[in-house]
Ligand binder design. Structure first.
Ligand SMILES: NC(=O)C1=CN([C@@H]2O[C@H](COP(=O)(O)OP(=O)(O)OC[C@H]3O[C@@H](n4cnc5c(N)ncnc54)[C@H](OP(=O)(O)O)[C@@H]3O)[C@@H](O)[C@H]2O)C=CC1
Ligand SMILES: CC(C)(CO)C(=O)C(=O)O
Length: 315
């Protein structure tokens, strides 16, 4: 299986390193020539949280190049899967131009972004492509352009966007099997919309509060005042899901508390973005929820307020 990955950040490097280590052909498409050159020189290292090396690929084994070359190269030599491992912000701003030459091409694309709204955008941009959502609880943290930490082992659900799931020989089943061979836990889901919303609810409660209070995920549970506000955000989000007819498990609130415990030392991705003065993904997480609330006639004043607070942090 030949896999292209656009985005050589935390998740992209983790996927590339583990897939290549298990013998898969991977082409990695970076934002900068500098990172592609560093990877060709130093190779790629994946470590676990204890600092032990899980995979090391030598520089000469790497196929890394700047992303603007991707479309022309793909047309010359097509891959089986394209994995998009950039942030929502980039997916909506720079990726459309980069992918435009593939507009009429039939190809399989897996979108790994947290949040909601990107799949519709991509489907209208690339009407011939088969789009899949990848909802992952893997934890990845890039240490440098050539080194990534596998910060937490999770599970990845892969599901066809817009249509029911396929059978055992469907492209998504083969990709899930390939990820399993690489050491990940992965399976196919034919309820991908439910999975996306479940992850969105978790991110909508945890991410903005960690970013505002500048605390780790676990520190959200340190006081009753923090938990109360989390609960109020959750209740608003749950009302939106119910009004929109989106299934939600009864255990979801407890699941959110458990994510805080399981990732207690983690800096959420939104806190990391705020600390690095990068635009956050709030528009596609709480923002998507607020938009759905508007369409279903539910009021979500806390989410609306929190979106403005986070957006005001980046100038
Ligand atoms: N990290 C994780 O554990 C998880 C992440 N996700 C989701 O996965 C997505 C990616 O997250 P993550 O890997 O953490 O993010 P990172 O910011 O670590 O990585 C994004 C990468 O995209 C690159 N990039 C930016 N612009 C372009 C471009 N025009 N062309 C090619 N590459 C570009 C960045 O390059 P540069 O650094 O040079 O700017 C960076 O390497 C997000 O939507 C996130 O919500 C989901 C679950 C877990
Ligand atoms: C689950 C959580 C909150 C883990 O940090 C996450 O997905 C994120 O930080 O974006």
């Amino acid at each position: 299986m030949k896999i292209d990955i656009i985005g050589a950040g935390s998740l992209g490097l983790l996927l590339a390193g583990m897939l290549m280590n298990s013998g898969c052909e991977v082409r990695l498409w970076c934002r900068t020539e500098d990172q592609a050159a560093s990877l060709a020189e130093s190779g790629l290292t994946v470590c676990n949280v204890a600092g032990e090396v899980q995979a090391h690929l030598k520089g000469e084994a790497m196929s890394a190049a700047p992303a603007p070359l991707f479309a022309a190269e793909w047309l010359k030599s097509p891959g089986d899967w394209l994995l998009l491992a950039v942030k929502q912000t980039v997916l909506h701003s720079e990726l459309p131009d980069l992918l435009m030459p593939l507009r009429d091409i039939t190809m399989n694309i897996l979108c790994l972004q947290n949040g909601w709204g990107h799949l519709e955008m991509l489907q209208s941009l690339l009407p011939a492509a088969s789009l899949y959502a990848g909802v992952t609880t893997e934890g990845a943290k890039r240490e440098s352009g050539v080194r990534v930490i596998h910060a937490g082992k999770g599970h990845t659900y892969i599901g066809r966007w817009g249509e029911g799931g396929g059978g055992s020989l469907s492209p998504e089943s083969l990709l899930a099997a390939r990820l399993e061979t690489a050491g990940f836990s992965a399976s196919v889901s034919n309820q991908v919309e439910t999975m996306i919303f479940r992850k969105l609810m978790i991110n909508a409660v945890i991410n903005p509060l960690t970013a505002i209070w500048r605390v780790s995920n676990g520190e959200l549970l340190a006081s009753a005042a923090r938990i109360d506000l989390m609960r109020e955000l959750y209740d608003e989000a749950a009302a939106v899901c119910d009004a929109a007819g989106i299934y939600r498990e009864d255990s979801l609130w407890d699941d959110i508390l458990n994510v805080c415990r399981a990732t207690s030392g983690n800096r959420s991705s939104m806190l990391a973005d705020v600390l690095a003065s990068r635009e956050t993904e709030i528009r596609w997480i709480n923002g998507a929820l607020a938009e759905l609330a508007r369409r279903t006639g539910v009021d979500v004043p806390l989410h609306r307020g929190i979106i403005r607070i986070i957006e005001g942090m980046i100038v």
